[in-house]
Design a protein around this ligand. Structure first.
Ligand SMILES: *[C@@H]1O[C@H](CO)[C@@H](O)[C@H](O)[C@H]1NC(C)=O
Ligand SMILES: *[C@@H]1O[C@H](CO)[C@@H](O)[C@H](O)[C@H]1NC(C)=O
Length: 349
């Protein structure tokens, strides 16, 4: 009893200590970030730039790039990038290769994301899924595969932005699907690039204790298994006020989806359904969305600067207290929750 309590206490102290250790020489390290026009990417650029990192900021629009340059230091460089276009990715990679030289790329942050349309899956056409999947999933895969040689050279970090909606499927359309897929892609990637244990905060104490003992034994015989030393980290933000959760475009898309439904399908939902759906969505988004984006960028910074980055970072109170705990519960709990909150189609059986 006392022995295990001591082990647990030691493990916690050791964990906290390791968690605080930072890398050195950030001024010589290059980090490439996608989706820097606004939101998390934009804030992360400014923060890393302030810390002295060499930031390579990829923006979708000229305006986004110009605005970012105006508020950042002389070391930050921008490049135009459309992650759904392989030509564009290839060009950005060639440019990056020249910029970083033989130092390689310390970090790539796959942050660019797109959420529209979101809504009941039955309302979507195949193309509606593809739009989101192209950016959030195929974009992340293409970026990672193309930039991996540069990251491998620096023994750097790959930071993929998933979402709590990559843990709990609470919304129809391509968004949740893409984020679940990013979780899987990142996990596969990690096991092929980094065999050393990366930490996961959500593991229960007993697993941790067991791992602690196993790892101590492994470390003590200095059998530090290491494939390429590339860490892969997953960021799981809760709901934050960004372009992804912006209500106007989401509602505009919902009207468009509704209008493309056949009269029979519309009748099965009833003519009040859309209004109720939109009202509830507004209530939830306005109640839950956090405007402190730094909660997310702090996680990204930790992933890039900690000597021992974590495997998963959940950002925001809704993530920690609602979504992540929900993700460990049986599917019926989520189903009941959604049923209580969402409106009922008029011809439901
Ligand atoms: C940091 O840079 C200094 C000087 O360039 C070098 O001597 C040192 O080895 C570097 N440290 C790491 C951890 O790369
Ligand atoms: C990005 O590339 C795709 C595919 O080439 C294209 O359809 C889309 O319009 C581009 N987006 C922007 C904003 O340039």
């Amino acid at each position: 009893m006392y022995v295990s309590a001591t082990f647990v206490a030691l493990w916690i102290v050791g964990w906290l200590y390791r968690d605080k250790l930072e890398i050195e020489n950030v001024t010589e390290k290059y980090v490439f970030i996608t989706g820097c026009d606004s939101g998390f990417g934009n804030l992360l650029c400014r923060k890393l730039d302030g810390k002295g990192f060499r930031v390579l900021a990829a923006c979708l629009t000229e305006k986004g790039a110009d605005d970012l340059k105006r508020v950042s230091g002389p070391h930050l460089k921008t490049v135009l990038l459309n992650v759904t276009c392989q030509d564009s990715i290839q060009k950005a990679m060639e440019w990056t290769k020249k910029e970083v030289g033989d130092k390689g790329l310390w970090g790539i942050v796959n942050n660019a994301g797109y959420s529209l349309p979101m809504g009941p899956s039955e309302w979507m056409k195949v193309e509606d899924f593809h739009k989101t999947l192209n950016v959030n999933l195929n974009g992340v895969i293409a970026m990672t595969v193309t930039f991996l040689p540069l990251v491998k050279r620096a023994r750097g970090r790959i930071v993929n932005v998933a979402s709590v909606l990559g843990r709990v499927a609470a919304n129809g359309g391509g968004y949740c699907i893409s984020k679940f897929a990013v979780e899987a892609f990142s996990d596969c990637l990690r096991s092929s690039l980094h065999h050393k244990r990366q930490r996961d905060t959500t593991r229960c104490v007993f697993t941790a204790l067991l791992l602690f003992i196993i790892c101590s034994v492994l470390l003590s015989v200095r059998r530090d298994i290491h494939y390429f030393g590339v860490n892969v980290c997953i960021i799981e933000p809760g709901f934050f006020k960004t372009a992804v959760t912006s209500l106007d475009p989401i509602e505009k898309e919902l009207y468009r989806l509704w209008d493309q439904l056949s009269p029979e399908v519309q009748a099965s939902y009833g003519d009040k359904y859309l209004d109720k759906y939109i009202k509830i969505q507004r209530l939830i988004m306005n109640g839950i969305c956090d405007s402190d984006l730094a909660k997310v960028t702090n996680c990204m910074e930790h992933a890039l600067t900690a000597a021992y980055p974590r495997t998963r970072y959940s950002a925001g109170w809704d993530a920690k207290l609602l979504w992540i705990p929900l993700s460990y519960m049986p599917a019926c709990v989520v189903d009941i929750g959604l049923k209580l909150v969402m409106p009922r189609p008029s011809k439901s059986v």
